[in-house]
Ligand binder design. Structure first.
Ligand code: FE2
Length: 189
């Protein structure tokens, strides 16, 4: 058992993200690191990173930077578990360790990106991410999406690196055309 892959990832991710202020530049250099990291996930993921909850998908913290400028989580998705429609207000890089993670995107049609009301969303495409795949997103305009696993597919496990502590995100009520900031829970390591 070695933590080498995780330690290497964290030191490189911290250095590369510190050098770059543009979110699109961050994900460009961090996505290849995530591709390597998930290949070695078996060497550093511990039983506590696989915790799950029959009531909701589970966010297990793996690492947070001392200044909270980076955070890495293992998310565990049991069959039928989904996020609400949300965006992160941050860049993020996601790698799939186990199963197939599905992401359904939404496109904001209403022009005022800062508004919390009068939001018109259209359903966009979906992506199916198998074990070994990496995806990413940037804010402004925000990447609005739903992520999860349909009931007919088995558990999925994914690693998520963000450019801040991901302790809150924006959730959308598509029918009402509104969004609000909500706190999201995670398990400490
Ligand atoms: Fe998300």
């Amino acid at each position: 058992m070695t933590l080498h892959a995780l330690e290497t990832f964290i030191s490189q991710a911290a250095a590369r993200s510190r050098e770059r202020t543009e979110p699109a530049d961050c994900v460009l250099v961090l996505a290849p690191l995530m591709l390597d990291l998930i290949e070695h996930a078996g060497t550093f993921l511990q039983p506590q990173h696989y915790r799950s909850d029959p009531g909701n998908y589970t966010r297990n913290l793996i690492y947070k930077a001392p200044d909270e400028s980076l955070s890495l989580y293992a998310l565990v998705w049991l069959p039928g578990q989904w996020t609400p429609v949300h965006d992160h207000g941050s860049w993020g890089v996601v790698g799939i360790v186990e199963g197939v993670l599905e992401e359904r995107s939404y496109v904001r049609l209403s022009p005022d990106r800062g508004a919390d009301e009068g939001i018109e969303l259209a359903r966009g495409g979906i992506v199916l991410l198998r074990s070994g795949a990496v995806t990413s997103f940037v804010p402004n305009p925000d990447h609005i999406h739903v992520t999860g696993v349909p009931p007919e597919r088995p558990r999925a496990v994914s690693l998520h690196l963000y450019g801040r502590m991901m302790s809150s995100f924006n959730i959308y009520d598509v029918g009402a055309g509104t969004r609000k900031r909500v706190d999201v829970a995670h398990n400490e390591s």
